[in-house]
Write a protein that binds this ligand. Structure first.
Ligand SMILES: C[S@@+](CC[C@H](N)C(=O)[O-])C[C@H]1O[C@@H](n2cnc3c(N)ncnc32)[C@H](O)[C@@H]1O
Length: 481
């Protein structure tokens, strides 16, 4: 079980956590080597010396990752051929037999003993990864953005590392990454590519290329190849990278008539404290308030869904735009896809709706679900959107099918991402609606029961998880007692 980012489990615990993560993320070589370092730490003097400064390190300090990257730099510099033999990314064969695993472990400890001071210095480098698989999600949204606004794109990335995602279009054109959903909209005309990072890397500098490459896990050959090819593409497609904090960068952004500004980030939100995140969101909302259809703003993020243990490895692609797009109001965030930490594969969310309907006594319309998910629990009427159906039409149809009531559909109140039983994720968009005609509900379709409830009854009903919190946040709980 993964630990929280602030946990301080001791160096041995850090390596056990790394072993768990590697096993989960299909990296058996590091899983085995991490477990071996954890096993040997109590008695191995050189390991103890090297990790002494990190006795109180947090999971978030990523000490094992820094150690393995320092080791891999020696492999890449041809200083550790005995270990490179086992690294698939370097042309080696991953150890798959007990004898090969023993040899691989021994090769690692040989390097530790031969290069301890260099490794200790190398571990001072904080992990720097630039995962180009994540640019696939960005490109899909850029295509939709161009389709929606018909404007050239100014692309700004915060926490850009080496700025590889700023070349999302060129990476797809060169076949480095797949072009996800190529049917949606034309390729974007990107007229400005700017990234900021507190420690930017330069794709033209050999040391920076080495550093980035060293953080790829040796079993992940595809990621390694993608990165190498992306670094080449980056040299063909100029982008400017500034050494600047994300908040400062966002605060300085301005909209330019005749172009859409897309602000993108991936795998960097966890490095910001809550105040910084809030300040960035506020700065974007303030900029968004000045947006027009001739100078729109789009915020696209691919970030872990939460930092709760075990959930850090699910990333959500979230999008907000100013002015609003389609039926989504300005600045409202919707979850469009989920992805692994490397960005691939992407799983697009299943569009769903919910209806928040009050009667003239201030009661809320609820149904008891007759099917999974949440069978037997109470919820607002709603369900899946049919292909090509506008969200508001789906709201009216679902209310009619589940309660027999006719409604007129109003504004979208908010959205929630919720796990679907088949491993997919629902993108549930809730709309306000008003009954037109008879207010007497008759349950049907997916609903076993339908009724109007006041606050007291709502409190007593077993509700679908998260619904009451969402209704409270949107201030649409029933006003009737
Ligand atoms: C895990 S890397 C992700 C890089 C890239 N976005 C990607 O998805 O491959 C996180 C990056 O965020 C940068 N970073 C962390 N805090 C930052 C801040 N306050 N402002 C700007 N960049 C920051 C780090 O230097 C690092 O390059």
């Amino acid at each position: 079980m993964a630990m929280s980012r602030d946990a301080r489990p001791g160096v041995e615990g850090l390596f056990r956590d790394m072993a768990d993560n590697c096993a989960r993320l299909d990296a058996p070589t590091y899983a085995d080597l991490s477990a071996h370092v954890a096993d040997r730490l109590p008695t191995h003097e050189v390991l103890q010396w090297m990790f002494e400064p990190y006795a109180d390190a947090r999971i978030a300090d990523m000490v094992p990752l820094r150690f393995f990257a320092a080791v891999q730099r020696l492999c890449l510099e041809r200083e550790a051929p005995g270990l490179a033999l086992f690294y698939a990314t370097l042309g080696g064969t991953p150890p798959s037999t007990p004898a090969a695993r023993d040899a691989c472990r021994a090769a690692l400890l040989d390097i530790v003993e031969a290069h301890a001071p260099a490794l200790a210095r190398g571990m001072e480098w904080f992990p720097q990864t630039n995962e180009v698989g994540r640019s696939v999600a960005l490109l899909a949204i850029l295509r939709e953005t161009v389709d929606a606004w018909g404007l050239p794109v100014r692309l700004h990335e915060i926490g850009a590392s080496a700025g590889l995602s700023l070349r999302a279009d060129a990476l797809a054109d060169a076949g480095v990454v797949p072009a996800e959903r190529p049917g949606i909209g034309p390729g974007p005309d990107i007229v400005e590519r700017v990234g900021c990072d507190i420690a930017p890397l330069d794709p033209f500098r050999a040391e920076d290329r080495l550093l980035l490459t060293s953080f790829i896990w040796p079993d992940h050959v595809e990621r390694f190849e993608r990165l190498r090819r992306a670094l080449d593409v980056a040299q063909e497609v100029p982008a400017s990278l500034v050494a600047e904090d994300a908040l400062r960068h966002v605060r300085a952004l301005r909209l330019v008539p005749g172009s859409v500004l897309v602000v993108w980030h991936s795998a960097m939100w966890m490095y910001l404290d809550p105040q910084e995140r809030h300040a960035i969101e506020n700065a974007l909302a303030a900029l968004g308030a000045t947006a027009t259809s001739d100078a729109p703003l789009v915020h696209v993020a691919l970030e872990p869904v939460s930092e709760v243990a075990g959930e850090q490895h699910v990333f959500h692609l979230r999008v907000a735009s100013w002015p609003g797009l389609g039926e989504v109001p300005a600045g409202m965030t919707v979850t469009r896809a989920t992805a692994t930490p490397s960005g691939l594969p992407i799983s697009w969310t299943v569009p769903c709706v919910g209806a928040v309907v009050h009667d003239d006594r201030g009661r809320l319309l609820v149904i008891q679900r007759g099917k999974e998910p949440a069978k037997g629990l109470w919820s607002v009427p709603g369900g899946r959107v049919h292909a090509g159906e506008p969200f508001s039409a789906a709201v009216a149809r679902e209310v009619r099918e589940e309660t027999g009531l006719d409604v007129s559909v109003g504004d979208m109140l908010g959205s929630a991402a919720s796990p679907a039983p088949d491993g997919a994720t629902y993108d549930i968009r809730d709309f306000r609606a008003h009954v037109v005609g008879s207010p007497v509900p008759r349950p049907g379709d997916d609903a076993d029961d339908a009724r109007w409830v006041g606050r007291a009854e709502l409190r007593d009903l077993p509700m679908a998880p998260g619904l009451l919190d969402a209704l409270a946040e949107w201030r649409v709980l029933p006003t009737a007692p």
